[in-house]
Design a protein around this ligand. Structure first.
Ligand SMILES: *Cc1c(COP(=O)(O)O)cnc(C)c1O
Length: 386
């Protein structure tokens, strides 16, 4: 008896017992030799998980939005032209955030469920004048996944710095930062990285650092300014004490444990496991007759799914019935249709039995809402893919 529900939302997610154990240890000094070593190790492991051996890793106390703010405020100056490729709610958030720092933002978006057209992106870049381009690897409001490879290629071709919002993807969906030529890959602790909420994480390329070093104006955000944090990260990497703002000591210790477990699984094995989970959940939903927001499999995320409620099923009452069966799911988030769908997070340590319980709870709740479906067949469709 865990005494609580299975948390199957797109973050926070279920955490491994050793992560929980690391959090419960007495808090160490942030300048003790043992904590300095832990912080340094976590930074080094980020480079391996991000697949950016030459990148500059940052660990900041804050949520994923701070990671977005950190990249945005440090890489934008008044009047800079920025292209935002938006595949949902979080792309639109990035556009608003960048405007605060004086960017002239152009948004290329697509209807919920589809990915903006890369030829439209290239046409826009050809017009020239862009210094930065952002995109969302997995938009958590639509469960749409954007392939980072062509975006990285366009960024290199047109000399535009690329920022990937990987809050719902890093450590689960395939992203090889350095190979793809993506300049900033950012995330937060509570999603596929597998640590409770509270850490903003990013790895920055040399090319983006160069752009930041050549700024003409100071960074418009005091807390996020890399001038304050780069010396701290460099010191921890060299196993020396340093201070700007007190780090979230317990969360950093838990992060080091989780990154160790992620690397022990292996990045390729982890990408493959999430692809199988994604296929399995989509197959189960399809077998229950539910349609999903992403228009096809090739743009579907493997970290979460976003199915529509069937005709006649009321969202709030369905979600309550699922919760009564021991599984917590999330409602919709995209402003265009948030009442019409729900979201299932399936990233990180989510295991086969968690997924079976989730599909069984969804099938049972649908039946008790008056929508007749074969729960056993859905569970079989899931298991066939795992
Ligand atoms: C969750 C999420 C965010 C925001 O992260 P917070 O930790 O809630 O601030 C940003 N982008 C994406 C893609 C997300 O999934």
């Amino acid at each position: 008896m865990k005494g609580r529900n299975l948390l199957m939302i797109p973050g926070p997610v279920e955490f491994s017992p050793s992560v929980t154990e690391a959090l419960s240890r007495p808090t160490d000094s942030h300048v003790s030799p043992s904590f300095i070593n832990t912080f340094g190790e976590a930074l080094e492991k980020m480079r391996s998980v991000w697949m950016a051996p030459d990148g500059y890793p940052f660990i900041l106390a804050g949520s994923g939005t701070l990671a977005m703010d950190s990249a945005g405020s440090n890489l934008v100056e008044q009047g800079d032209r920025v292209l935002v490729i938006s595949s949902g709610y979080f792309g639109d958030r990035y556009a608003e955030l960048l405007k605060r720092y004086g960017a002239r933002v152009t948004v290329i978006s697509a209807p919920p469920g589809s990915v903006p057209d890369m030829s439209a992106v290239e046409d826009e870049l050809k017009g020239g004048g862009y210094s930065l381009m952002t995109f969302t690897h997995v938009d958590t409001s639509t469960a749409v996944r954007v392939n980072p490879v062509p975006v990285g290629e366009l960024g290199e071709k047109y000399g535009v710095i690329t920022v990937l919002d990987g809050v719902c993807s890093v450590a689960a969906e395939e992203i090889r930062q350095q190979e793809c030529g993506i300049d900033v890959v950012l995330t937060a602790s509570q999603k596929a990285v597998g640590v409770p909420p509270g850490l903003a994480l990013l790895v920055v390329s040399e090319r983006a650092m160069e752009k930041w070093r050549n700024r003409k104006s100071p960074v418009g955000n005091y807390y996020a300014d890399w001038s304050n944090w780069l010396p701290v990260m460099t010191a921890y990497l060299e196993r020396k004490p340093s201070y700007f703002g007190t780090p979230a000591v317990n969360l950093v210790e838990a992060l080091n444990v989780s990154l160790t477990e992620i690397l022990a699984e292996g990045m390729d094995a982890r990408f493959y496991r999430h692809r199988r989970i994604g296929r399995g959940i989509r197959a189960a939903l399809k077998s229950m007759g539910l349609s999903q927001i992403p228009e096809n499999d090739s743009v579907s995320a493997n970290t979460l799914s976003a199915p529509y409620y069937p005709e006649g099923v009321e969202g709030p009452s369905f979600l309550k019935k699922v919760a009564a069966l021991g599984v917590t799911l999330a409602g919709g988030l995209h402003p265009a249709n948030r009442q019409k769908y729900f979201r299932i997070g399936h990233m990180g340590v989510a295991a086969g039995n968690d997924l079976v319980s989730t599909i069984a709870a969804i099938g049972t709740a649908l039946n008790s809402c008056g929508y007749k479906t074969d729960t056993g067949a859905a569970v079989n469709a899931l298991i066939a893919e795992l």
